[in-house]
Design a protein around this ligand. Structure first.
Ligand code: UDP
Length: 259
């Protein structure tokens, strides 16, 4: 638990802060823990980075953009966000915004070498499933493989840009190890914007299920569109997502099948 101060007795050269719950279904169950991990936890780990003069990489999120209007989609790093500070997702999106502010403050005030990556919906093998912890990809695959109804929230026209885990990790490594990018922020996101209905249909096709699609109410503040402008990562990090949604889902379905 990084929200409790701790003082490692070793020299630390690089800190990667990826410590937070990220599933919207957890936001109502663990809002305080999520706030603490991203606010106090960021402060604690930045303190360690300052003491050791470590390089610091913050795993931030597309959630800092909230629910951007259509004119700001695809969304560049320069878009400042449209976030509800007291909404159902605020424990996550506002605390990630604080985490970014903390990171920039340590960069500006203490000249710490910091980098921020804004991650768009990552998925892949070994991702947790289940009713509370599962994100949409693992939930739909689990439902499909059990021939249970696939539960679309809302009409399924909301979009996400899914990032396969190996693409994300390559982006993380580039963000962490490239020289001369201190103080910068990068969108790290997949190849194409997809509706949740299209995702459900693709998972149905790839899993060979007999599941039907059912519709449930849309959770409050569920963003309508989420799609990154990744040109900064392409130009500066020389990074681009390589795995198509179909290919990534094939690998993920295979993994679930083998579990
Ligand atoms: N979603 C859905 N059915 C589910 C779980 C999620 O239709 O069983 C939708 C959810 O409303 C959202 C999208 O899928 O629009 C992505 O949800 P996820 O929980 O993966 O993360 P989010 O991108 O909302 O943070």
């Amino acid at each position: 638990d990084i929200s409790n101060p701790f003082f490692p007795d070793k020299q630390i050269d690089l800190i990667l802060h990826l410590a937070s719950r990220a599933s919207p279904l957890e936001f109502s169950r663990y809002p305080i823990q999520i706030l603490k991990a991203n606010t106090l936890g960021t402060w604690v780990t930045l303190g360690i980075a300052k003491k050791c003069n470590s390089r610091y990489v913050l795993a931030s999120t597309s959630e800092v953009y909230g629910d951007p209007p259509a004119k700001n989609v695809p969304t560049p790093e320069t878009y400042n966000g449209n976030v509800n500070p007291i909404g159902a997702r605020s424990c996550y999106d506002e605390s990630k915004r604080v985490a970014e502010a903390f990171t920039m403050a340590y960069h500006n005030q203490h000249e710490l070498d910091t980098r921020i990556m804004r991650i768009f919906n990552t998925y892949g093998p070994r991702m947790r499933g289940g009713d509370v912890y599962g994100r949409v990809v693992s939930r739909f695959i689990e439902q499909a493989l059990l021939n249970k109804p696939i539960t679309i929230f809302g009409d399924g026209n909301q979009t996400r840009t899914f990032t396969y885990v190996s693409d994300l990790i390559k982006g993380l490594i580039k963000t962490a190890f490239l020289p001369d990018i201190s103080g910068q922020v990068f969108n790290i996101g997949g190849q194409g914007e997809t509706t949740i209905l299209a995702l459900a249909n693709l998972i149905k096709q790839l899993s060979g299920t007999t599941s039907e699609i059912t519709y449930q109410s849309l959770p409050p503040d569920d963003p309508k569109r989420r799609c990154p402008d990744t040109s900064k990562a392409v130009n500066i990090l020389n990074w681009n997502a390589e795995i198509s949604l179909r290919k990534g889902l094939e690998k993920t379905v295979l993994w679930h099948n083998q579990c």
